[in-house]
Structure formats: structure tokens, C-alpha cells
Design a protein around this ligand. Structure first.
Ligand code: 5RP
Length: 225
């Protein structure tokens, strides 16, 4: 069975957790897309929810499916968010931002009473850091910000798209930082956040409550202990 099927299994299963009347954070990426497609189906069958999208792409997709949307400013407290991740460690800490939406995803995760992450089994790691850590930075002085990040022990690369710098939904750049094994995600998050010019870092520590893992023929659920 291929990765896409594992993503679909996890994404669709998590949609079962969404109930009538909920305000639901809608994540970004190719796994949570399956959750959103399922929610679209459920909405057309009568489910009444309000979605809070974490990116312009997700907003477009959800709108096309007839899911009612609102801004986080209208609903600063969210019942449940479902989102993807690039890496998950055994403590349910995450690397996110492969799709470039980490800032909005983190604000939405922080505002959520419950956060479910959907991944295929290949995203489970003993330690975070194999996936280059995305850091969203303001354009002004980004080379200085890069230097400061590299002093923390990584090689940072400006993300590009079509030969030009990749621009986030918030008008910022992303530096993808190769740290290798991250021994202490909480400490690294704190140190990166202290650098002027850093808007947000794709380390999500202690924000996920459950992870739905799509496997060959089932979905395994990991819960925070
Ligand atoms: C976007 C993200 C995504 O959730 C993450 O990149 C996983 O995406 P996919 O499910 O496509 O692998 O953090 O900013």
C-alpha cells in the first residue's frame, strides 16, 4: 500500500472526531486534505461546523466544498483542530511547516482545546531533526537572521519557489534549517524564538493531543500521556 493511501486512511478517520456545532481548525497539507474532503462530504450531509483555515490554500479548498469559514479573530477559542506534520517524536512533539503554513498553524493550534495530527507512518521518528526545521522570518535582515540561526548549529537555506524566494501567506520568508538530531525541542524552540527577525519556528512542543497514524491497513492512535 502506498503512502497516499496511508494519508487518506489517517485523514478520513480523524474527520470522525468532528461533531455538530464545533469550531474546527483546518490544517494545511496533503494529509489533512483528506480530512477536509471528508468534512466537505459530511457538511453536504448536514454537519454544521465553522472552519478556521490555516492557509489560503486550505481556505480555497474548504470554500469549494461548502464548509462555512470564519477567521480566528471571530473565534479565538477553537474546539478541535486537525492538521498534518512533517515529523512526530514519541512525546508527540512535531516539526511542521513543510507546506509553509507554520505561523498560522501554530496560532490555531495554540488556540485549540484539542489538536489532532494526521500523518502516514513514515513521519514517526525517534528524534526530530531529520526533516529540515522551517523557520519563518521577516524579509528585512533575513541574512542576519540566518547567521544567528546558524550559530545555533544548523545549516540554513532560504526556501525558494520557481527560482525566487518562497513567500508565506504572511509575506515572510522561510529558512529551512538542517540541525540533524534535535535532542531538546523545547530548548531549541526557545532559543530560536529569541532571535530578532524570527516570526515563528516549526517546532510544535506539547501542542498535539493525539496523532492518527495511517498504516498499511489501519490507523493507529497515539495519545499524549
Ligand atoms: C504545512 C504543514 C503540513 O502539515 C506538513 O508539511 C505536512 O504536510 P503533508 O501532510 O503534505 O506531508 O506543516 O505548513
Amino acid at each position: 500500500m502506498d503512502v497516499e493511501t496511508m494519508k487518506k486512511l489517517a485523514g478520513e478517520k480523524a474527520a470522525e472526531r468532528v461533531k455538530d456545532g464545533m469550531v474546527v481548525g483546518l490544517g494545511t497539507g496533503s494529509t489533512v486534505k483528506y480530512t477536509i474532503l471528508k468534512l466537505g462530504e459530511m457538511v453536504s450531509n448536514g454537519l454544521d461546523i465553522i472552519g478556521i483555515p490555516t492557509s489560503k490554500n486550505t481556505e480555497k479548498l474548504a470554500q469549494s466544498l461548502g464548509i462555512k469559514l470564519a477567521s480566528i479573530n471571530d473565534y479565538p477559542e477553537i474546539d478541535l483542530t486537525i492538521d498534518g506534520a512533517d515529523e512526530v517524536d514519541p512525546n508527540l512533539n512535531l516539526i511542521k511547516g513543510g507546506g509553509g503554513a507554520l505561523l498560522r498553524e501554530k496560532i490555531v493550534a495554540h488556540a485549540s482545546k484539542y489538536e489532532i495530527i494526521v500523518v502516514d507512518e513514515g513521519k514517526l521518528k525517534d528524534h526530530l531533526g531529520g526533516f529540515p526545521l522551517p523557520v519563518e522570518v521577516v524579509q528585512f535582515g533575513w541574512k542576519r537572521t540566518k547567521l544567528c540561526l546558524e550559530k545555533l548549529g544548523c545549516k540554513a537555506m532560504l526556501r525558494t519557489k520557481g527560482g525566487a524566494p518562497y513567500i508565506t501567506d504572511n509575506g515572510n520568508y522561510i529558512l529551512d534549517c538542517k540541525f540533524g538530531t534535535i535532542e531538546n525541542p523545547a530548548e531549541l524552540e526557545k532559543r530560536i524564538d529569541e532571535i530578532p527577525g524570527v516570526v515563528e519556528v516549526g517546532l510544535f512542543v506539547n501542542l498535539a493531543d493525539e496523532v492518527y497514524i495511517g498504516k498499511k491497513d489501519c490507523v493507529k492512535i497515539m495519545r499524549k500521556i
